[in-house]
Design a protein. Structure first.
Length: 454
């Protein structure tokens, strides 16, 4: 605490030493013992990791005393600091000078404690962050005697705070920009979350605050088919302290279904007990949709969405196995579109594709729900009629053959009406081959060959 020239301290306000017994003290206590006590106080003060000073309240005098640590703080010897007291403002960083002077003048005018943090200028040119506080000491009558102050080097603390703030800003921005939800849970039965990143609102349609306010929200949003497995995995990881990764679906408030890959680490306390769970919920909905699409295309035709030859072959083998066990019949029908090449050549391949797709829709109306319609490729379709009762009808026609003939007739009937493509009416017909189990062949390969040849 330093003062303008008209408020310099009174040297007579305190004794000539720094925290030494006053001359008027009781001789019985101000002798060797008092001197020894003063020396010990002085030793303590000189070794404190801070600068202590005494400043006056009257005009006409300089700072009365300052501890040796002023040299460590600003590179100035104590005597020089006292002698050049009137230049104290020059040792304050220009950007902080006005604020520090204003705080000083306010404390002088009011007698209130002086507290300010500012940048000081070391003799070497270095900038030193200083925290300075001073209080006005009064005598028993309340008359101001002097200011007792302390200056502390805050450089390391400020640098650490700046570093921490920068790190929080840097990594906070990273956490809150990645396309995933970061969360921190307490590792206890409550499953309480203490932090969740704001991306949760964009990804799931739930605000971060709503998620934090309801410890049961995560479990309640789990897809019914995934709930038991996800909670069991989470609970096991929490109890064992082992990292865990799981995939599950959450149902958003607006009905959206979001697939997550949830990977978490369980941090332990000093006693080795699970303390907190740090996790990342990655939105894998697009990946899951792609996987489902690939899985679908592995067994379905891309143009018509009908089952493809691979699925037809697998289901045919299963149908034959059932028929063999239960004395049932199976029929395979192959359909080739007549003169389809003319459609492609005259109207183009896009029109040909639309005709194939429309024809597939017509075929769905010719079969039972349990029958299978598949596209082999190009203009070729296949029908699988399974689990047919082989008992002949009153006319003696085999039940399997009768079922196949009825389906073939319905197909022909459905194709009697034209298809309309870009305003043009087209009539399509198909050639149908039929092969029956067990009458025509005993295995899948034989059935398919016979149907193609029929």
């Amino acid at each position: 605490m330093t003062h303008p020239d008209d408020a310099r301290p009174d040297a007579h306000a305190i004794g000539p030493g720094f925290l030494t017994p006053a001359a008027g003290d009781d001789p019985s206590t101000a002798g060797a013992a008092g001197s020894d006590l003063g020396s010990r106080y002085r030793a303590v003060i000189d070794h404190l990791p801070a600068v202590l000073y005494i400043d006056g309240v009257a005009a006409g005098m300089t700072v009365l005393d300052v501890s040796p640590r002023i040299h460590d703080l600003l590179g100035i010897e104590p005597a020089e600091w006292v002698d050049t007291y009137d230049r104290w403002q020059e040792r304050v960083h220009p950007d902080d000078r006005g604020r520090v002077v204003a705080a000083c003048e306010r404390s002088i005018a009011t007698g209130e404690p002086f507290r300010v943090q500012y940048r000081g200028l070391h003799r070497s040119g270095a900038v030193v962050w200083i925290r300075e506080e001073a209080v006005l000491i009064r005598d028993a009558s309340g008359v101001p005697q002097y200011w007792l102050g302390i200056m502390m080097d805050q450089s390391e603390l400020i640098e650490a705070q700046v570093g921490l703030r920068d790190a929080r800003s840097k990594y906070g921005a990273l956490v809150e920009q990645i396309p995933a939800i970061v969360y921190i849970d307490i590792a206890d039965e409550s499953m309480t979350s203490t932090y969740v990143s704001p991306q949760i609102e964009d990804i799931l349609g739930v605000t971060a605050q709503a998620y934090l306010d309801d410890p049961d929200l995560w479990s309640s949003m789990l897809h019914p088919e995934d709930r038991a497995r996800a909670i069991e995995t989470y609970t096991r990881g929490r109890e064992t302290g082992e990292p865990f990764t799981m995939e599950y679906r959450l149902l958003g408030p607006d009905g959206r279904v979001v697939w997550f890959q949830d990977s978490a680490l369980v941090l332990k306390d000093a006693d080795g007990r699970p303390s907190v769970i740090h996790g990342v919920m990655l939105d894998i909905t697009e990946r899951k949709q792609a996987e489902e699409r690939l899985a679908f295309l592995a067994y379905h035709d891309n143009l018509t969405s009908l089952p493809n030859k691979a699925m037809f072959d697998e289901l045919l083998e299963l149908a034959l196995a059932r028929a063999n066990r239960h004395d049932r019949g199976v029929a395979v029908l192959t359909l080739d579109v007549d003169n389809f090449k003319l459609v492609n050549d005259s109207l183009g391949h896009e029109a040909g594709d639309r005709l194939i797709a429309a024809l597939a829709e017509r075929l769905r109306g010719a079969t039972r729900e349990t029958d299978l319609i598949a596209r082999q490729g190009g203009d070729e379709f296949m029908l699988l009629l399974a689990d047919i009762e082989p008992t002949p009808d009153p006319a003696g026609t085999d039940g399997v053959a009768l079922a196949a003939i009825q389906v073939a007739d319905r197909v022909q009937q459905l194709l009697e009406s034209p298809f309309e493509l870009d305003g043009t009416e087209l009539y399509a017909s198909v050639s149908i081959g039929i092969s029956l189990y067990p009458a025509d062949a005993a295995d899948a390969g034989g059935l398919l060959r016979n149907a193609d040849a029929a």
